[in-house]
Write a protein that binds this ligand. Structure first.
Ligand code: BGC
Length: 784
C-alpha cells in the first residue's frame, strides 16, 4: 500500500502490570526475558456508509492485528526490527471491507527483540484508524487510555526462548464486539519511539514443508526430519485430553542415536509449548518467536503422532526472487541452492548472521560479504535501504558505527572495518546494481563521517580497528595466516576508494580529490607495511599467525593495489599457495573467500577457481555438502559441539555471486545495468550454463552450451540496454556467426551487421557490442 502522509494522534499504550521473568540484561545469557504477551482491544460503532477505512499500527516487539475475529494481513514477526529507542516502523492496512456497524480491534503484542534489547521496557502498541464516510465526514480512532488490556493464552514468548500457549486460557471472541471485557483492565499511556512507515517487504510464512521422515529415538519422543535446514517454526495438529502439554523442540543436527543435538543453538531454548484445550483437532503455530532447524521434536503428544501432525513453516523477509542460475555441474547447482536457503534464512527484517542460536543479529560483516550474491538472487533494494538507515541511526557522534546494526550493545562499537564497510559497500551496491543515486545522497555525510573516523583511528594509514579480520578460515575462528591489520587496512582502502567514487557520482569534485588522494596514500602504506620480497608475507602480528595465506595476497590483487612490477609475481605466489600448499583448496576465511575467485578469474585462472569450488574434500563447499549441509556452515569444519558452530550462516555465500558474474558472465558496466557485460568463463567440465537476472532495466537472460567443436551463447538484452559480449576463443581456427549469419572468420570480420558490432579481439576473447534484443552467437571450430 502506498505511504500516505497523516498525523499521528494515537498514543503508545501498554499494560500496567506486565508479568515478566527475570533477565540479567546480558545479550548472551541463559535466561532470556520471556513474558506474557499482552492482549489489547477496542470496540467502536460506525454510523453511516463508509467509503474508505485504514488502520496504521505498530506494536513492539511484535504484534498480531485482528479485526472482528479475523487476522488482518499476512505479515508475521512485524514490525521489522529497528532500534526501538529511536524508531519503530508502522504498517497500514486497508480495512474498508472488514468493518461493520459494530467493530472490535484486537491486538496481541509480544516481546520480540524489543524486550531483549531494552530489558526494562515492556511491549507497547500504537494504533490509528482513519475512516472516511461517503458523505465526506472523517473519523479517527486512536489507541489511548480507553483501550482495554489483559493477559491471555500466550503465556510466554521470546525470540530465542520460544513460546508457551495455554489453549485452556483462550478467551473466545476476545477480538469481537460482543465480548465481555469487564474483567479486563484499562491500558495505560506510555512513551514510545518515533514512527516511520514500513516500506520494505514484510516477513511472511512463504512456504509449508512436509516432513520427509519421522522416528522415535526414545520413548515418548518423536523426531521429524524436514530434509532441509530453514528458518521458521512448525504447525502442530493434535487432539487429546484438556491440559495435555505438548513440547516442540528444534535443532539443526542430530546425535548418532537420532536424538536432537542442541549444541549448535547454544543458549537458545528454542522450545514451543502448546497445552491442549481438549477440543476436536487443535492446530497451533507460534507467533512471536522463530527457530533455525532441520529437525523438530515432539514430546508429550497424546498417542503416536504421524507425518501429518506437523508441518514446517518457512519464514523470512519475503523478498522477490530476481535471479536464476543453473548449470551442468550438479555440485555447483547444489552450492547455489544451499546459498539461497542460507541467504533467505538470514533475512529476518535485518540481515542476520544465523537463525538458530542465541544471536541472530545484524552482523555487518556477514551482510556485506553476501550482499552481491543476495542482489543477484533477490530484489534487495528496499531491504538494504532500510538497513542502511539502521546503520545511520546507530552512528555515534565520533563517526563510529557498530559491528551489528541495529546495535543492541555498546561492545559492538567501533566496528571492525571488515564489518563497518557494510555501510559504504552496500550503499555503493544499491547505486551500482539498482541505479539508486538518492541512497548515496541520503548517506553521504554519514559515510564521510565514518571514513573520517577510520582515518583518525589509523596510524600511518594502517587501520587499528581490526578485531576479527579474515574470520573463520579452516581450522579456526580467528585468522591464522592473515594479519587482522592487513584486512582492516584493505577495507579502509575500500571505503575511501568507494567514497571517492560516490563523491564523483554526486559531483563533489573537491571530495573526489581528497579521497582519491587518501586512497593512494593508503595503498602506498599497505604495500610498505605488508609487501615483502616473498609476496604479502608478513611480519607476524600475533602468535597465532603462522605464515602467509591466500587472503593476504588476494586482497591487494582485487583492487590492483599491487605495484605493477610485482603483479605477476604476486599472482604466482597466490597460485603457489593454492596449488602447492593447499592442494587446490582454500585457506581463506569469510573475507578472502569473497575475493579469491574473482581475483583468480581476472588473472586468467578461472579454471583454478572452478576446481577449488568443486572440491569435495575438506575444506570447501563440496565437503560441506558431502557431509550433509543443506545450507552453508559457519565453519569449514563439520562441528557438532557448541561455540561458534552454526550450520546456517550465509557469510561464505559470496561464492554464488561468482556463478552469476563469471560462469554466466553477467555484470553491469554502468550503474543500473544500462550497459552490461556478458563474459562467460567456459571452465572445467562445464557443458552449459543458463541464467537470468531481473534488473531495474528488465530481464537479462544468458544461456551457453558447448560441445567438442561448437560453442553457443544466447542472450537477451532488455529494451534501452546495451551489452558488451565477450566470446571465448576456444580454438585456434574458428568462425563466429550470429543468428545463422557468419560474421567473423579466424579473427577477421567478413560481414557487418547493424545490431552486432565487432569491437575487436581482447586476449582470448572476441568482443561484440549489441543493443536490446535477442541474440544467438555460435562459434564453430574450423578445420586446421
Ligand atoms: C557471528 C558472526 C559474526 C561474528 C563477528 C559471530 O558470533 O555469528 O557471523 O560476524 O560473530 O566476529
Amino acid at each position: 500500500m502506498p505511504v500516505e502522509e497523516f498525523d499521528w494522534k494515537a498514543k503508545w499504550i501498554t499494560k500496567k502490570d506486565p508479568k515478566t521473568f527475570e533477565s540479567n540484561g546480558d545479550w548472551m545469557v541463559k535466561k532470556f526475558v520471556q513474558s506474557y504477551a499482552m492482549y489489547f482491544r477496542k470496540t467502536f460503532e460506525i454510523k453511516g456508509n463508509i467509503s474508505k477505512a485504514k488502520i496504521h499500527i505498530s506494536g513492539i516487539g511484535y504484534y498480531e492485528l485482528r479485526i472482528n475475529g479475523a487476522r488482518v494481513g499476512d505479515k508475521v514477526l512485524d514490525p521489522a526490527q529497528t532500534d526501538y529507542s529511536k524508531i519503530a516502523l508502522y504498517s497500514t492496512y486497508d480495512i474498508t471491507d472488514l468493518l461493520r456497524s459494530q467493530n472490535a480491534i484486537g491486538v496481541i503484542v509480544g516481546n520480540g527483540r524489543h524486550i531483549k534489547a531494552y530489558r526494562y521496557d515492556f511491549p507497547k502498541l500504537i494504533v490509528q484508524v482513519e475512516i472516511e464516510y461517503k458523505n465526506g465526514k472523517k473519523e479517527t480512532i486512536i489507541s489511548d487510555e480507553n483501550w482495554k488490556t489483559s493477559h491471555g493464552p500466550l503465556t510466554e514468548n521470546g525470540i530465542y526462548y520460544g513460546e508457551k500457549y495455554d489453549a485452556r486460557l483462550e478467551m473466545k471472541g476476545w477480538d469481537e464486539f460482543d465480548f465481555d471485557d469487564s474483567k479486563w483492565e484499562m491500558a495505560i499511556v506510555t512513551d514510545g519511539p518515533k514512527l516511520s512507515p514500513e516500506i520494505m517487504p514484510p516477513i511472511r510464512v512463504v512456504k509449508t514443508l512436509k516432513p520427509v521422515k519421522m522416528y522415535s529415538p526414545k520413548d515418548g519422543i518423536y523426531v521429524y526430519d524436514f530434509g532441509q535446514n530453514f528458518t521458521g517454526w512448525v504447525r502442530l495438529h493434535a487432539s487429546g485430553p484438556k491440559g495435555t502439554e505438548i513440547k516442540l523442540r528444534y535443532a539443526e543436527v542430530v546425535n548418532s542415536d537420532g536424538t536432537l543435538n542442541f549444541s549448535t543453538i547454544r543458549n537458545a531454548e528454542a522450545t514451543d509449548i502448546y497445552i491442549l484445550k481438549g477440543e476436536d483437532t487443535e492446530s497451533y503455530e507460534p507467533r512471536f518467536t522463530y527457530h533455525g532447524f532441520r529437525y523438530a521434536q515432539i514430546e508429550g503428544f497424546p498417542g503416536v503422532p504421524t507425518l501429518e501432525n506437523i508441518e514446517g513453516r518457512v519464514v523470512h523477509t519475503d523478498v522477490e526472487s530476481t535471479g536464476d542460475f543453473y548449470c551442468s555441474n550438479e555440485l555447483i547447482n547444489q552450492i547455489h541452492k544451499n546459498t539461497l536457503w542460507a541467504q533467505l534464512s538470514n533475512l529476518m527484517s535485518v540481515p542476520t548472521d544465523c537463525p538458530q542460536r542465541d544471536e541472530r543479529l545484524g552482523w555487518m560483516g556477514d551482510a556485506q560479504l553476501s550482499a552481491e550474491e543476495a542482489i543477484y538472487n533477490f530484489d534487495m533494494h528496499e531491504f538494504y535501504k532500510k538497513w542502511l538507515k539502521d546503520i545511520q541511526l546507530s552512528q555515534r557522534s565520533d563517526g563510529s558505527i557498530p559491528d551489528v546494526a541495529p546495535a543492541y550493545n555498546a561492545s559492538f562499537y567501533p566496528a571492525d572495518p571488515a564489518w563497518g564497510t557494510a555501510y559504504i559497500t552496500i550503499a555503493w551496491y544499491l547505486y551500482w546494481y539498482y541505479n539508486d543515486r538518492s541512497v548515496l545522497e541520503e548517506h553521504y555525510e554519514s559515510m564521510k563521517k565514518y571514513v573520517e573516523f577510520l582515518k583518525v583511528n589509523s596510524e600511518n594509514n594502517i587501520s587499528k580497528l581490526g578485531k576479527y579480520g579474515d574470520w573463520c578460515p579452516p581450522g579456526s575462528v580467528f585468522p591464522k595466516r592473515t594479519p587482522v591489520e592487513l584486512t582492516s587496512t584493505f577495507y579502509y582502502y575500500n571505503d575511501v576508494y568507494l567514497l571517492s567514487k560516490i563523491a564523483d557520482v554526486l559531483k563533489k569534485s573537491d571530495d573526489v580529490d581528497v579521497y582519491s588522494q587518501l586512497a593512494e596514500e593508503i595503498k602506498l602504506a599497505f604495500n610498505k607495511r605488508f609487501l615483502t620480497p616473498n609476496g604479502y608475507d608478513v611480519i607476524r602480528m600475533s602468535p597465532i599467525d603462522s605464515g602467509t595465506g591466500q587472503t593476504s595476497n588476494v586482497l591487494p590483487l582485487f583492487y590492483d593495489m599491487v605495484p605493477q612490477d610485482r603483479k605477476t609475481d604476486i599472482v604466482q605466489k597466490l597460485l603457489n599457495l593454492i596449488m602447492n600448499d593447499q592442494d587446490c583448496h582454500l585457506d581463506t576465511g569469510i573475507v578472502g573467500t569473497k575475493y579469491i575467485f574473482d581475483v583468480l578469474s581476472e588473472n586468467g585462472y578461472a579454471d583454478i577457481a572452478y576446481r577449488i569450488i568443486t572440491q569435495e574434500s575438506y575444506p570447501g563447499f563440496g565437503y560441506m555438502i558431502k557431509e550433509g549441509a543443506t545450507t552453508l556452515w559457519e565453519r569449514w569444519e563439520k562441528l557438532m559441539g557448541g561455540g561458534m558452530n552454526s550450520h546456517n550462516h550465509v557469510m561464505f555465500g559470496s561464492v554464488d555471486a561468482w556463478f552469476y558474474k563469471y560462469l554466466a558472465g553477467l555484470s553491469p558496466i554502468v550503474a543500473g545495468w544500462k550497459r552490461f557485460r556478458v563474459k562467460p568463463y567456459v571452465v572445467g567440465d562445464l557443458k552449459y550454463v543458463s541464467s537470468s537476472v531481473r534488473t531495474v532495466k528488465g530481464n537479462i537472460e544468458v544461456a551457453w552450451e558447448r560441445t567438442n567443436n561448437v560453442f553457443k551463447l544466447k542472450i537477451s538484452v532488455p529494451a534501452g540496454c546495451e551489452a558488451e559480449v565477450h566470446l571465448p576463443i576456444l580454438w585456434e581456427k574458428y568462425s563466429v556467426s550470429e543468428n545463422g549469419k557468419e560474421i567473423l572468420k579466424d579473427g577477421k570480420q567478413i560481414r557487418k551487421e547493424k545490431e552486432v558490432i565487432f569491437v575487436g579481439q581482447e586476449g582470448d576473447r572476441v568482443v561484440f557490442d549489441v543493443n536490446s534484443g535477442n541474440y544467438e552467437f555460435t562459434i564453430v571450430q574450423n578445420e586446421e
